[in-house]
Each structure stands twice: as structure tokens, then as C-alpha cells.
Ligand binder design. Structure first.
Ligand code: F6P
Length: 327
């Protein structure tokens, strides 16, 4: 078995806080094992363009605390074509790069898996997305930071909600998954949480909001996941509530990309560091086509074929807790 000697690292898909910490861990683990490391800029697009830069332990100093990804990220249409991937392979060979660590979401792993199989090229993935929607890992890099950002923002919104007796609809990210909405909703004390995995329906929302008023609540926070059925048009939802429940004055806040930025939380820094070291360990064990994740607080590896978008199962216990504490 030929173990890799020069390893490329790239970030792809949406950026997530902790990606820099993961790159740092990969590069330093390479240095620890006397392997060379190379940064690939702008994800798979950088592979196609040969946009490489050698990295060493010192080139990743002072980045553990920085959000975003210093290697930058991009979506590459050309990498979807065989011709594009051939070009990428030639560039890697010319540079003597003999393995890759890719940091991103399920789309990143799908592309990486095709490439790894086509060219018999060792690739290991790390889950980096705020959505926490990847099977085979309990947590993705960036999720914890995003949760904290959302809770902090809702705490601020609550001040106005409370001072003006208003209902706020707060839209949070999570294209297909309600993890951010559900957990941040509980953490921020939301009255209702709308998630894509569970279609609550507008009528039930009205009933619940009426009950809240009757129970003596003067202000309310409803967290709406961007992927939720009725959250698709959050401004329309606000109008619908105002038309049907005249007692409510409704405002909308769309948190948007502030959820993707900022210094990573301690949890994300530690997770990224463990997974980055785990990626190089896996390559040195001869593993390929796998994602390194965390399951029951243990670093594990699962085949890319299983590291797909998370199942739409909802955590019934969390929903129950949310229901009970919002009474
Ligand atoms: O997948 C991460 C994510 O932030 C989703 O939560 C969101 O729907 C999407 O990316 C936004 O993507 P973009 O930055 O391309 O608009």
C-alpha cells in the first residue's frame, strides 16, 4: 500500500465557522507526520485551475479563531464534467499531490467520491456546514457556532418583542434541515418552531398563538426554518397572522448569512481539530472515500456513500421539550 506523502486540502460549498481550524489541524497533522501539505484555493475550481499553494505549520498560525475559510470556497460546474475532472487530476499529478482532504457538505462528498473512484485517488472528507444535516456524524463543523449566533440574535430581538408587545417571526438557515431552528428555538425560548421535517400548518399556528395570548403572554418569538413549508414566504405568513389575529403586531427578521460568519465557538474549534487530525490518521491507515465524523463523541469514519444528506427524521424528544417549555 502506497501511503500519501503530499496532501492537498480544500474547502467547498457554503463556508462554515471552524473550517479554518480544520485546515489548520490537517496541515499541522501533516507536519507532525512529516508529510507535505498544499492548500487548494476555491474548492474544486482551484483543482481545475491548479490554484495551489504549499502550506506548513506556520502558514496556518492565527486562524483557529477566524470564521470563513482562508482557502475560499466555490461551486464548480466544470468539475461536474469528466473533462473538468481529468484536468483536475492532471494538475494534482503535476504537483505530486497524492491525496486530498475535502471539507464541505454532502455535495462536496458526492463530487469527491466520483473523482476518487474515477482516478483511484485517495480522498477523505470532513463535514463542514452549519446545517448539521449529514448522516454519519452527530455534529458538523460550524453548526454549534451558528446555533450560538442565532440564540444571541434572538435574545436581542426579544428585547424589542417584549418592549412593544410584538410577535417576531425569525427566519433561520437550514435549507432542508430543522436542526438550527429546533435547537436555537429551544435555547432562545421560542413560542413556536417551524421546521421542514414537520408541517405544522397555518391553522395550527394560529390556534397556538391564540392560546399564548389567552395564557397571558404579551410577546412571542416564532422561529421559522427557511426550508419549512409555511416559512417559504415568511412575509406572507406575517400578513396572514395579522389578518387573522388582530391582537398581534407582527415583525419579521431574516437572520441570513450572519449565521455563517463569526469566530467559531470552542466546541467547533475542538471538533474541527479532532476531525482534521482524524483525516490524516485515516489517510495514513490507507482509508479513502470516507468522511471523518464524530459519533457519541468518538472520531469515526463512514464511507462517502453513507455521508449523505441527513434523514428527515425529527427528534421527537426535542419537539416534546420545545412544546412543554413554551406553554
Ligand atoms: O448549506 C448551508 C447554507 O447556509 C444553508 O443553510 C442555506 O440555505 C444555504 O447554505 C445558502 O447558500 P448560499 O450562501 O449559496 O446562498
Amino acid at each position: 500500500m502506497n501511503l500519501p506523502k503530499k496532501i492537498g486540502v480544500l474547502t467547498s460549498g457554503g463556508d462554515a465557522p471552524g473550517m479554518n481550524a480544520a485546515i489548520r489541524a490537517v496541515v499541522r497533522a501533516c507536519a507532525y507526520h512529516d508529510l507535505e501539505s498544499v492548500g487548494v484555493y476555491r474548492g474544486f475550481q482551484g483543482l481545475l485551475e491548479g490554484d495551489f499553494n504549499p502550506l506548513d505549520a506556520r502558514s496556518v498560525k492565527n486562524i483557529i479563531n477566524r470564521g470563513g475559510t482562508f482557502l475560499k470556497s466555490a461551486r464548480s460546474e466544470e468539475f461536474r464534467t469528466v473533462e473538468g475532472r481529468k484536468k483536475a487530476f492532471r494538475n494534482l499529478k503535476n504537483e505530486n499531490i497524492d491525496a486530498l482532504v475535502v471539507i464541505g457538505g454532502d455535495g462536496t462528498f458526492a463530487g469527491a467520491s466520483i473523482f476518487a473512484n474515477e482516478f483511484n485517488f485517495p480522498i477523505v472528507g470532513l463535514p463542514g456546514t452549519i446545517d448539521n444535516d449529514i448522516n454519519g456524524t452527530d455534529y458538523t463543523i460550524g453548526y454549534d457556532t451558528a446555533l450560538n449566533t442565532v440564540v444571541e440574535a434572538i435574545d436581542k430581538i426579544r428585547d424589542t418583542a417584549n418592549s412593544h408587545n410584538r410577535l417576531f417571526l425569525v427566519e433561520v438557515m437550514g435549507r432542508d434541515a430543522g436542526d438550527i431552528a429546533l435547537n436555537a428555538g429551544i435555547g432562545a425560548g421560542a413560542e413556536e418552531i417551524l421546521i421542514p421535517e414537520q408541517n405544522m400548518g397555518r391553522e395550527r399556528l394560529l390556534e397556538s398563538l391564540s392560546r399564548s395570548k389567552i395564557s397571558g403572554k404579551t410577546s412571542s418569538i416564532v422561529v421559522v426554518s427557511e426550508g419549512d413549508q409555511i416559512g417559504k414566504n415568511i412575509f406572507g405568513l406575517a400578513e396572514f397572522i395579522e389578518e387573522n389575529l388582530k391582537e398581534y403586531e407582527v415583525r419579521v427578521t431574516v437572520l441570513g448569512h450572519i449565521q455563517r460568519g463569526g469566530a467559531p465557538s470552542c466546541y467547533d474549534r475542538v471538533l474541527a481539530s479532532r476531525l482534521g487530525v482524524g483525516a490524516i490518521d485515516a489517510l495514513l491507515r490507507g482509508e479513502t472515500n470516507v468522511m471523518i465524523g464524530i459519533v457519541h463523541n468518538k472520531v469515526t469514519s463512514v464511507p462517502f456513500s453513507e455521508a449523505t444528506k441527513g434523514s428527515n427524521e425529527i427528534d421527537a424528544e426535542l419537539i416534546r421539550v420545545a412544546d412543554i417549555i413554551s406553554i
